[in-house]
Design a protein around this ligand. Sequence first.
Ligand code: AMP
Ligand code: GLY
Length: 431
Amino acid sequence: MGMKVLVVGGGGREHAIATALSRTGDVTINSVMAKRNPGISRIAKEILIHRETDVPRVLDFARKTGSDYAVIGPEAPLETGIVDALEGAGIACTGPSRAAARLETDKGFCREMMDRHGIAGCPRYRVCHSVEEAISFMDEYGGDLAIKPIGLTGGKGVRIMGEQVDYDGAVDYIRKIDGHVVLEERLVGEEFTLQAFADGKNLVPMPLVQDHKRAFEGDTGPNTGGMGSYSMPDHMLPFVTTEDYEKALTIMKSVLGVMKRDGHPYKGILYGQFMNTAEGPKVIEFNARFGDPEAMNVLTLLSSDFTDIVTGISEGTLSSARVRFSPAATVCKYIVPKGYPDTPNAGDPISLGEMPGSVILYYANVEERQGQLVTLTSRTLAFVGIGRTLAEAEKTAETAASSVTGNVRHRRDIGTEKLLAQRCDHMKALR
Ligand code: AMP
Ligand code: GLY
């Protein structure tokens, strides 16, 4: 009898997770999600529509469905200790314990851990708990800072001085969140994402990806959950040297080692978001899960058996020999409701046009009402193009995304050669 896997979460990332798991013939997928994701609905056998952070309900559903394994998509259930509860009931998980998930859920914990153990790539920072303390660090530091609320914000709570706010704006923002902030040196460079499978002691990296946080073309407008992302056929990025890459990987391995030594072994997906600066990669943050949209790039490329990898994660037998990715480029473009993220218009019908045969569609925050797709307030649909070259992958994703009709938009520039050349020029100018 095959595995029964409970996938927790109902976004585009979880549709990609469920799709990758279902490529194995002998596996049954069950799902708990707050909203009925049309893509996951088609894959899953049993479905519970319910808040994913309600640990007792999720545990009860896992037991009832006989799930022997769980893959946790989003961070919120990790923070409520879903893995501790499921493992306590004998259900193996891909996802860290509540204590290990603090790498993401408590930004102060993360910086202090890096600092205490002398892990490279930690920017100058201060964890503050009052407005006075925060302002006095701002004055002492003198330069531009990144201002981050301590807890989870869905990637939208950060304000960068010199970019989104000036000194006075920074002070207003700090007052608004009562001084509970991590202040960090503003890092300048090019961002990249390094995701890895981790089993507590072994770490196996996935292809590098670059996400696009800003809402509009040319990296303008407010921060979003991520408008789209791309990866290259060699699984590297042209503005990241082999040396930069090795440094980033070493940082991730050091974190894994420290978490184990400190009694909170980290297993699941470790997501490293780096800023490649003139001095090499610095850590913007760690996440305790796949990135969304970065999961779409890497899971689409994964050519080895995902159920075998998740088993390796829970059994502590992960090895790079068991993990393979196709040597292709990917471009993921999200379509989002007009007005997203600040004033998204929900409830609009959308229709897919003529799709290129090779495009992969992941459903995200979208509902199906009597066969009609209808937008909700967050990211709607993700289109992934795969190609021998970036240009080929981009064309596929762009053709698919622009064929959608309705009150939605997307970023046309993601994955284009032009934008990539700008990234490379920026990096060259810094070095
Ligand atoms: P986060 O919620 O930590 O992912 O941050 C959201 C965005 O803010 C990141 O994608 C970066 O573009 C930016 N950011 C965060 N921390 C810093 C930093 N220390 N320096 C410059 N930019 C940052
Ligand atoms: N793509 C950024 C994130 O998932 O946090």
